[in-house]
Design a protein around this ligand. Structure first.
Ligand code: BGC
Length: 500
């Protein structure tokens, strides 16, 4: 019998759950377990399913580029390439106090940002967790909740010690509203929601102007703010990153959802030619690239697990690219592989596996933890499987799970590189090189994600791929939103609103 080993510690997951781990390995086989050889054979099968060759990546980049170009030419394309009415880069001199409200995938955040000019800022913020019910209930109720949180924040931060308001009578605070879902914009303070993503499904919202709905809630709660801009998190990230580092040309989010923004020449956005905007101007484009290859599924290498994820989602057919990449789905892909091996009698024979059978119980954070387990015995992985799913694992199985996480995480990063490569190639940034501001839980927390994106760029472009460097971006949804609100104020004061 192999001697037992012990390990202990605790981890907190994004869902807020804390896991205390007190584990020991016991390789004495009192349960029928898969052998090392069986697991290695299975791994080979998954390796070929989840591996993207450089050649395949280059084909994806070409198709991606075509989709980006089509989206700029005509309205209502699969990749919508949304003109944001954010004109050009910030000067870095923007200053003043601005509020930002950030409705992302997981939390609601209210921020007070003080822009100090010269690329500097300070920020105070409060976070509120959104419940599953709020994500599916009436849309107007969701905006009411946003307005209520905003009111509490303003009441707390703009009163003196005696509770008296610090605002002058009638004073309204400028607000940037970061609403990170695809919205078609006619002006900077308008946005018709094309579709919910990231598992949201709030009723009576798709097809409507969410800026208008939010304004109604602001009035209902009498919050002393004026919403100057409706912003996507990627656009905010682009502007915030450029504010502190002007070499930034592209912004990407790899979090619960995934998306990118970049600055386009107005003369190259055919579909808004009739607006008569100065052809020499530049405008940020919110690509909404998570939708690449939706509906037709012609270009992306989807496995049967990806197809199940898609078909059982609340939006089948949609966000095809996002479903292979973003943090919302990676854990589920891995869970589906495990469930298949349970069904085939390969894993966990004789053990109760019902805890693994609920969709989405396997969080993407588990993949990060599995990949970063530093122990030879993979104690962290023992902890995950015993604590959350009440199943025993052998070392061979744990090595297999870790390798599987690696395959799924690596594919996500390499596909992300394809998206970045498509923008770089379309805009001709390769020779000169550029910085890509990146944010989101996958980028920030998944071990090796950034390195794998860089490796992918090298595989697509060869040596020159090294000219494209991603870096952790500034907080686009808070700071970026505030800078855009400030830029918009300057344009309004100069009589340039809505879109000259
Ligand atoms: C949304 C985008 C957003 C991205 C990252 C996607 O699901 O459609 O608008 O930028 O998630 O948050």
């Amino acid at each position: 019998m192999v001697a037992s080993r012990r390990g202990s510690g605790s981890i907190t997951l994004p869902s807020g759950q804390t896991m205390a781990i007190h584990t020991r390995t016991h390789e004495d086989e009192d349960l029928p377990h898969a052998t090392k050889k069986t697991m290695a054979d299975h791994l080979r099968k998954y390796e070929s399913l989840f591996t993207l060759t450089p050649q395949r990546m280059r084909m994806i980049v070409e198709a991606f580029k075509d989709s980006l170009e089509l989206g700029l030419k005509k309205p209502e394309q699969v990749v919508p390439m949304i003109p944001t009415f954010v004109f050009g880069w910030p000067s870095g001199k923007e200053s003043g106090d601005f509020l930002a409200l950030d409705l992302g995938g997981t939390n609601l955040r209210v921020c007070l940002v003080t822009l100090q000019g010269e690329g500097k800022f300070e920020m105070t913020q409060t976070k509120y967790r959104l419940t599953e019910e709020q994500k599916q209930d009436e849309g107007q109720k969701l905006f009411d909740f946003c307005a209520e949180c905003l009111k509490t924040f303003v009441d707390t931060n703009f009163t003196d010690g005696d509770g008296k308001s610090l605002l002058k009578p009638g004073e309204m605070l400028p607000l940037g509203f970061t609403f990170s879902y695809p919205c078609v914009q006619e002006r900077i303070d308008h946005g018709k929601l094309i579709r919910w993503t990231k598992g949201f499904g709030a009723l009576n919202t798709e097809g409507r102007d969410v800026a208008e709905m939010f304004r109604r809630s602001i009035q209902k709660y009498k919050v002393p703010v004026v919403m100057t801009a409706l912003i996507n998190d990627t656009t905010g990230t682009l502007i915030a990153s450029s504010y502190v580092n002007p070499r930034t040309k592209i912004a990407v989010i790899f979090g619960t959802g995934c998306n990118a923004a970049y600055m386009e020449n107005v003369k190259d956005i055919d579909k808004i030619k009739d607006l008569g905007i100065d052809e020499k101007a530049q405008m940020a484009i919110n690509c909404e690239w998570g939708a690449f290859d939706s509906f037709e599924h012609e270009h992306l290498p989807r496995t049967k697990y990806d197809i199940i994820v898609d078909e059982t989602s609340n939006k089948p057919g949609e966000q095809a690219f996002e479903k292979l990449i973003s943090g919302r789905y990676l854990g589920e892909i891995l869970r589906l592989v495990i469930c298949e091996l349970i069904d085939e009698g390969v894993l966990f024979l004789g053990q109760e596996t019902y805890k693994l059978e609920t969709p989405y119980v396997f969080e993407t954070a588990f993949l990060s933890l599995m990949e970063s387990d530093p122990t030879d015995e993979l104690l962290m992985i023992i902890g995950i499987f015993t604590h959350f799913f009440a199943v025993e694992t052998t070392l061979a199985e744990r090595q297999f799970f870790r390798a599987l996480a690696m395959l799924i995480g690596r594919r996500a990063a390499r596909l992300s590189a394809c998206g970045i490569a498509a923008i770089v190639s379309k805009m001709g940034y390769l020779d000169e090189g550029c910085l890509v501001g990146a944010d989101g839980s996958l980028y920030n927390k998944y071990p090796g994600f950034a390195e794998r994106v860089h490796e992918g760029l090298f595989d697509v472009f060869g040596e020159k791929g090294r000219n494209i460097i991603t870096h952790h971006a500034e907080d686009g949804s808070g700071v970026g939103s505030a800078i855009i609100a400030a830029m918009t104020k300057v344009r309004r004061d100069a009589g340039l609103y809505p879109n000259v």
